[in-house]
Design a protein around this ligand. Sequence first.
Ligand SMILES: *Cc1c(COP(=O)(O)O)cnc(C)c1O
Length: 369
Amino acid sequence: MTKIVVSKPYLDGKERKAVMDVLKSGMLAQGPKVAELEKRFAEKMGTKYCVALNSGTAALHAGLYGLGVEQGHEVITTPFTFVATANPSIMLGAKPVFVDIDEKTFNIDVNKINEKITSKTKAILPVHLYGRCCDMDEINKIASEKNLVVLEDACQSHNAKYKGKHSGNLGHAGAFSLYATKNMMSGEGGLLTTNSEEVCDRTKRFRQHGMRQSGDYAYIDLGYNYRLTDVLASIALVQLDRLDKFTLKRQKNAKYLLRNLAGIKGLVLPNIDKDYEHCWHQFTIRITPEFPITRDEFVAKLKEQETFVGIYYPKPLHLHPHFQKLGYKEGDFPVAEKLAKEVVSLPIHPLLTKEDLNRMTDVIKSIVS
Ligand SMILES: *Cc1c(COP(=O)(O)O)cnc(C)c1O
């Protein structure tokens, strides 16, 4: 039996050739390939600017800096995400302020944002979790009323759309990751999109030791070495060419799973809405108490059949010691706590075959019957 894994990168001779070309050119650091990636990714997302960085975490860190987040500020975000959503605020001396999530979408509950806004709030950092956009009209409305900036954590949402517009072009800036498991990737890497020239300039400065763009060794502020290499940018460029195809395949796989897993008691399928074009970074179901076996038994059953699923995320951030130092405790975000016990991400990546999908749904159906 072939193994069905939860994520698998698609790479072929095109990526290998692109890397070899860079090696032959002798220019391995940030150079023309990075510039080309920035230009083409901005075009694809519909933004004026894009800045390449060496991780999604760096994109979030530089993006928050670019938007003016400083020591003492508060940044509103979700506790149901990867840790890299919340740490960049702490790196800047700001505090991540969590808001519970919406049970239907796994995303920040927009109805609970206002009550968390204080005089220190500077930014909202919504995460388009699993590749489904947040309710951005509502988030932008709150932000403009309260004079806040919005940075989208788009690390899972390459090519996802909200009301016809790409994620990363829905707030003041968007942060993407090119980590190996993402919908387009270069192993490691990040991209920051924005329509603001000022944010773009500040982000570039932060990427390069806080040095003025004119390159005259004038250090304006603290900065880092967050540069991407041309070797990795050349891989990302090939992946960008494939992004529409990848997305379509994921959407096809999702359609199949939605159709074949419908109507199973205790198994909650992902929410679909015409305003939200999902890019299916993950296909995440919920195994609720009405299901015949527990979530962990469900995972084990699939594993017996060489089918490996993911649990994203087994614990919301506020239940980890690192965030409990900020005063968070169990019970603070009941929806996130409940869903963390129920979620299972099924394989959805573009390399799955029809037989893989069939086997997966057959195993699940055999559990219920
Ligand atoms: C992957 C990811 C990140 C961080 O990206 P890296 O490239 O691994 O630094 C941040 N937020 C979310 C939601 C992610 O999935």
